[in-house]
Design a protein around this ligand. Structure first.
Ligand SMILES: Nc1ncnc2c1ncn2[C@@H]1O[C@H](COP(=O)(O)OP(=O)(O)OP(=O)(O)O)[C@@H](O)[C@H]1O
Length: 258
């Protein structure tokens, strides 16, 4: 039985034309844990998350969420599962035409059919939880800094109090202080909600701050998985090279001489 597993991925493969991105990938996400997936640019981290979210259809393999097979599931079954999810997209992905509070309340109004007034109250509370006052709720996304947009996106991700939250490069493009604010907020939100979290990042500091477990993806597979606290002494050549940012090692960059 896999009841302690929130997500169980087996033999997942995905290619675009002749380009193989995921190659027989296995991944476990334990219920209530925060798993951070690291890996170089273009190694398939976003494709993995998109397959789990059902935004991309894998060529092969199985994705179980709460023991339920998602590959080939009906759209009704999929929608039921999606309701359990919150998502912080890379680049925040806020709706420019909606004020901030409505961005945060979107899943409550559109997904849950909540009345606007009640949804706004929750949105303002969630904005408060990420350190933004009610006046920010009346602004439009274009009026916010990048760090504020990330916080709004985080408030939106937690607004429906999801069982599972996905974070796609939550600190990319932020200064070190704002990155730390976001990392702390992610840990707090995940802990307060008792949620399961799956984060993809290049940010080693973020990994150490928010991860219970870590997994490294390379050439379409998970090449190492273990406690996040082990990444600095994993004994794995790929992880070691990545963590220390070395140009030399088993990961070769396809760069030609000048
Ligand atoms: N819809 C698509 N059509 C064709 N190729 C795609 C598509 N989506 C992703 N790819 C390719 O799959 C590979 C993996 O992309 P992905 O976005 O998952 O990388 P990543 O690990 O998230 O990278 P980064 O850290 O740079 O965001 C890339 O080579 C990309 O060009």
């Amino acid at each position: 039985m896999s009841t302690d597993l929130k997500i169980k991925v087996r033999g997942l493969s995905k290619a675009f034309g002749r380009k193989v991105v995921l190659n027989n990938l296995d991944l476990d996400v334990q219920r209530g844990q925060s798993l951070v997936v690291i890996g170089g640019s273009g190694t398939g981290k976003s494709v993995l998350i998109k397959c789990i979210l059902g935004l991309l259809t894998p060529d092969k393999g199985s994705i179980e969420i709460d023991g339920q097979e998602m590959v080939g599931a009906s759209s009704d079954q999929r929608e039921d599962v999606m309701r359990k999810f919150g998502m912080l997209f890379q680049g925040s992905a806020l709706f420019d035409s909606l004020p901030v509070w409505e961005n945060v309340a979107f899943g409550l109004i559109e997904g849950r059919g909540m009345k606007r007034k009640a949804a706004k109250e929750i949105a303002v509370r969630k904005l408060g939880a990420v350190g933004l006052g009610p006046e920010v709720g009346e602004l439009y996304p274009a009026e916010l800094s990048g760090g504020m947009q990330k916080r709004v996106s985080l408030a939106r991700a937690i607004a429906t109090e999801p069982e599972m939250i996905f974070f796609d490069e939550p600190t990319t493009g932020l200064d070190p202080i704002m990155s730390q604010v976001i990392n702390e907020l992610i840990s707090k939100c995940v802990n307060d909600l008792g949620a399961t979290a799956l984060t993809i990042t290049h940010d080693m500091h973020s990994l150490r701050e928010i991860g219970d477990r870590a997994a490294m993806i390379f050439e379409g597979r998970i090449v190492w998985a273990g406690p996040a606290s082990d990444v600095d002494h994993s004994g794995n050549g790929y992880v070691d090279q990545f963590v220390h940012g070395r140009a030399e090692g088993p990961i070769k960059m396809p760069i030609r001489p000048l």
